[in-house]
Design a protein around this ligand. Sequence first.
Ligand code: GTB
Length: 215
Amino acid sequence: MSITITAFANSLDQGAGLARDMIVRWALEEVGQPYAMRLIPWADFKKPEHRARNPFGQIPTYEEGDLILFESGAIVLHIAERFPGLLPANANARARAIAWMFAVVSDIEPLIVQREVMEYLESDKAWAAERMPLVEQRIGDRLTELSARLGEADWLDGDFSAADVLMVQALRRIERQTPLVEFARLVAYMERGKARPAFKRAFAAQKADYDATKD
Ligand code: GTB
């Protein structure tokens, strides 16, 4: 059954592979599934046709036969359950990998989004200079905890899993805001993710789409 995912045409990330279609592309590359892209122009995101795929008019979305999904975490979980390669067979290890997926979307990403909202939408507010260090402190505290848990391990819990796809992408986004110099283990972890052939294929594909559609 063919798979189609959506992304921005002329992506805001300028081919840096930081918009969330990269998460889905990477997961599909890991499980060896081909996919088609629907690149949506800026003018069309909030139109009914796209809202039928995603009620919030956002990317990415995922179409496979009758199934239409939104939310990158849910899409990656679906891919990992549908095709072998991204979740362990052992039931307990699988449950732990899924717990890590939820940890990324509920305990890590909101901090990143808070930081981005402050930087791009609230920097002119009187309280911005006072609040930003608090937001950055929260990110730093969470990364300290994450680094302590990762320790010397290659991946979050045993073998590489869907959770690592989500976590590496979250760290790549944090790195763009705040260099991770204090977190050598997290940098090494992120680099291991980026060295995977599936990551490289996904990155090249999104870059090619950006180059083909940029203004
Ligand atoms: N929780 C949803 C999910 O995980 O799927 C969040 C989806 C989301 O935020 N999508 C963004 C979007 O569609 C694009 S990825 N925004 C348009 C809108 O809300 O109207 C977020 C993103 C955008 C740009 C960069 N960048 O330029 O580096 C990075 C990440």
